[in-house]
Design a protein around this ligand. Structure first.
Ligand SMILES: [Cu+2]
Length: 297
């Protein structure tokens, strides 16, 4: 019962994607290339919600997300900051029962020029990490707070105390194939082959690292990488899954289209020495990571 009360509240408060089964929003980044007018450009946008490529605004009734980093990483590793989205809500009064709202999903055009570096590019999105806890206060009332636990002074009984991290990447190539280097996220999905020539039916091997090490089975704790597309799974509200063993996962991609790979990890702070600096501030850490690639027909 406890879990049922937590998840909808969390979805409203912070939109943490705790598990695909939960209805909390997921964060991903879209890279839509256009080469009709050479040398071409890429349209970048932020996906938030469930349905690819765009589902919701970054501030909505079912989720809110704020970014710490929004940038393009060149083939050399050089970083180009992208303009941060405007999170403001702009709802208009309903007309004919319709609420019209202008929003910002970070739409940004990256125009190539004859001087543009060639090779594999990465779009890097890091959400602002945040504390979230729920507790019963000294008056017996259940409350939510976004303060670290050691700054909560009126807690009689802590229901949960989380810190969450969300990362989203997209990978694309300009003129030449390439395999980009990992960016060093706490939880990260890396393609192990050039993705620019991927076609339906190809096998895509991926690496998943957690705190810089290959993620693998720990005791009975088995990790899964999920895959969904605008052409497969997504429209029917299901995902494909691959075990992550020794840092490796792979998918044979059944269709062309946009594919988003995602993974969700939860860790107890007091059981993991690497999380020692969060002791007293949070009891658990949630990590969410996604990777977007386009698969050619
Ligand atoms: Cu949602």
């Amino acid at each position: 019962m406890r879990k049922m009360s937590i998840i909808p509240a969390l979805a409203l408060a912070l939109a943490l994607a705790s598990a695909p089964a939960a209805r909390a929003h997921t964060l991903w980044v879209n890279a839509h290339d256009s080469f009709n007018h050479p040398p071409g450009h890429v349209m970048v946008s932020l996906g938030f919600g469930h349905r690819l490529p765009l589902d919701d605004l970054l501030t909505g009734d079912f989720g809110v997300i704020r970014l710490a980093t929004y940038e393009l990483v060149e083939p050399s590793g050089k970083k180009v900051p992208l303009p941060m989205p405007d999170y403001a809500r702009n709802p208009r009064p309903p007309v004919d029962g319709l609420v019209v709202e202008r929003g910002d999903v970070g739409v940004t055009k990256v125009q190539f020029t004859p001087e543009s570096p060639v090779g594999a590019y990465v779009l890097n999105v890091e959400a602002l990490s945040s504390y979230l806890n729920q507790y019963v206060n000294d008056k017996g009332k259940t409350v939510f707070s976004q303060k670290p636990l050691d700054q909560v002074k009126d807690a009689r009984d802590v229901i949960f105390a989380w810190k969450y991290y969300a990362y989203a990447k997209a990978v694309f190539s300009y003129k030449e194939p390439g395999v980009p280097k990992p960016l060093g996220h706490d939880l990260e999905i890396n393609p192990l082959v050039d993705v620019s020539t991927l076609k339906a039916g190809d096998l895509l091997p991926l690496e998943v690292t957690f705190l810089g090490k290959p993620l693998t089975i720990e005791g009975t704790d088995v990790h899964y990488l999920y895959a969904t597309s605008n052409t497969f799974g997504g429209p029917d509200k299901f995902m494909l899954a691959s075990w992550v063993i020794g840092g490796r996962a792979q998918f044979r991609l059944p269709s062309a289209g946009q594919w988003v790979f995602s993974i969700y990890l939860q860790r107890d702070v007091d059981k993991h020495p690497a999380l020692a600096d969060l002791k007293g501030k949070a009891r658990q850490v949630y990590y969410v990571a996604s990777l977007t690639v386009d698969v050619k027909p």
